[in-house]
Design a protein around this ligand. Structure first.
Ligand SMILES: Cc1ncc(COP(=O)(O)O)c(C=O)c1O
Length: 446
């Protein structure tokens, strides 16, 4: 049986029990978008209809889907060692993977703490920041600074520093002592930019204002996505991240980059830190580490942070944090195979080479009905559509449905923005196909 002739038995017979995450459940269950299989650049419905993957799943399948090297590594690992604890014990591949991840990170970031998702990676980084100041005798540094429109997952730490109000407003008081930088988007100054906008570096100076308000001695860390993704793709203004770094250095604040979506090649470099030439104190990662094949996340930290914890009696645990599945053998095996594949196929460099082709093609959508702005960077694009009166998000949602059912394209939405983030293996012809199918969807919802 080929990939696109699946039996109908793959179709679930009852959609009711599964409470779907971040989904319009009632709409989905009336008109389900079911994916049964995947291969390389495509998904396949249970009927065998091919759907071009314009989103790398959820920004994770950077190497494309079901790559044999990764599949075989997972299969072999399941047969050899299904699980071993990483609390007080260890297994070989988790150490190998930590070294490999550290080798990809900017110089000086050389210790890796593993988690199972982006949300856990963020909560781990925030806890490391608080505990780091504590073990250094600066336990009064408890404030955390995030940014408006930031997305840092859905844990209480992540939504507290995050800045997307629907993700926050239902969930009570959140963490105390959190403040937010302003977001960096301004359509008037930035519309239809390829790469980083020229306008907006000065917005980093708002950190000075926040420091003046709270005093640096009370602030532990700043966390930002180097390129805001989930809110609808906001590349950083030229020089903005450098300014944040300089202010953090001036006041002894830790700078955390949440690279859950920008890590592993999305912007044409192993990490956005390298692309933008700014080294944070910690990097959160997830998704692309295993190309989405097995859940995994983690935090890469500067040596000085790790070292600060390495004191006291040697039999004593230094950091009271971790997850049962931190560095799970299947995830570690998948991660090693994925990093091999990225290296063998030069996929990070490929993303860089394809960036101008991608940008040119996507910006060709300018002028279509309702298109208000287009932003591209790396292999990422967002197309802002005008909202329908009194129905924010409806036009983009209709476009998503049209693309899936009529065009055979998976795209994502953020409000009324359409967001495209294909696997890094995408060909020039497939870029053309993604853009053409997106154009059809935009016209269909005009
Ligand atoms: C920047 C960022 N941080 C954290 C997360 C949360 O990751 P997860 O859904 O794996 O918890 C995401 C997810 O998209 C993300 O984009």
């Amino acid at each position: 049986m080929t990939a696109n002739t699946a039996p109908r038995a793959d179709m679930p017979n009852d959609l009711d029990s599964f409470w779907m995450p971040f989904t319009a459940n009632r709409s989905f269950k009336k008109n389900p978008r079911i994916i049964a299989r995947a291969k390389d650049m495509h998904y396949y419905t249970p009927e065998g209809r091919a759907v071009l993957d314009g989103t790398a799943g959820l920004w994770c399948a950077n190497a494309g889907h079901n790559r044999p090297k990764i599949v075989e590594a997972i299969q072999a690992q399941a047969a050899e060692l299904d699980f071993a604890p990483t609390f007080q014990f260890g297994h070989p591949k988790v150490f190998q993977l930590a070294s490999r991840v550290a080798a990809l990170a900017p110089e000086g970031l050389d210790h890796v703490f593993f988690a199972n998702s982006g949300s856990e990676a963020v909560d781990s980084a925030l806890k490391i920041a608080l505990a780091y100041h504590n073990v250094r005798g600066e336990g009064q540094r408890t404030r955390l600074i995030g940014r408006e429109r930031g997305y840092h997952g859905v844990g209480f730490g992540g939504i507290s520093v995050g800045g997307m109000s629907p993700n926050r407003k239902f969930f009570g008081a959140l963490l105390a002592g959190v403040d937010h930088l302003p977001h960096t988007y301004n359509r008037e100054h930035q519309a239809f930019t390829k790469g980083e906008p020229q306008w907006g570096a000065h917005l980093a100076d708002e950190l000075e204002r926040i420091v003046a308000l709270h005093d640096a001695s009370t602030i532990a860390a700043i966390i930002v996505e180097p390129m805001a993704g989930s809110t609808g793709v906001l590349p950083p203004p030229v020089g903005y991240l450098q300014r944040l770094r300089a202010i953090c250095d001036k006041y002894g604040l830790l700078l955390i980059f949440d690279e859950v979506i920008t890590g592993f090649g999305r912007l044409g470099a192993p990490f956005a830190a390298e692309r933008f030439g700014v080294t944070p104190d910690m990097i959160c990662f997830a998704k692309g580490i295993t190309s989405g094949s097995v859940p995994m996340g983690g935090v890469i930290v500067r040596k000085g942070i790790y070292d600060a914890f390495m004191k006291g009696p040697e039999h004593a645990i230094e950091f009271f944090h971790g997850y049962t599945y931190s560095g799970h053998p299947l995830a570690a095996a998948a991660g090693l195979a994925t990093l091999d594949l990225y290296a063998e196929e030069g996929l990070f460099a490929r993303a860089k080479t394809m960036e101008p082709v991608w940008a040119e093609a996507v910006h060709g959508l300018k002028g279509l009905p309702n298109v208000l702005d287009i932003r591209t960077i790396g292999l990422v694009a967002a197309i802002d559509l005008a909202s329908k009166p009194d129905a924010v998000g409806k036009r983009a949602f209709d476009a998503l449905n049209h693309a899936f059912f009529e065009g055979g394209l998976m795209l994502r939405t953020a409000g009324d923005a359409l967001v495209l983030t294909p696997p890094l293996v995408i060909s020039e012809a497939e870029i053309g196909e993604v853009v053409e199918k997106t154009a059809q969807a935009i016209r269909a919802v005009a």
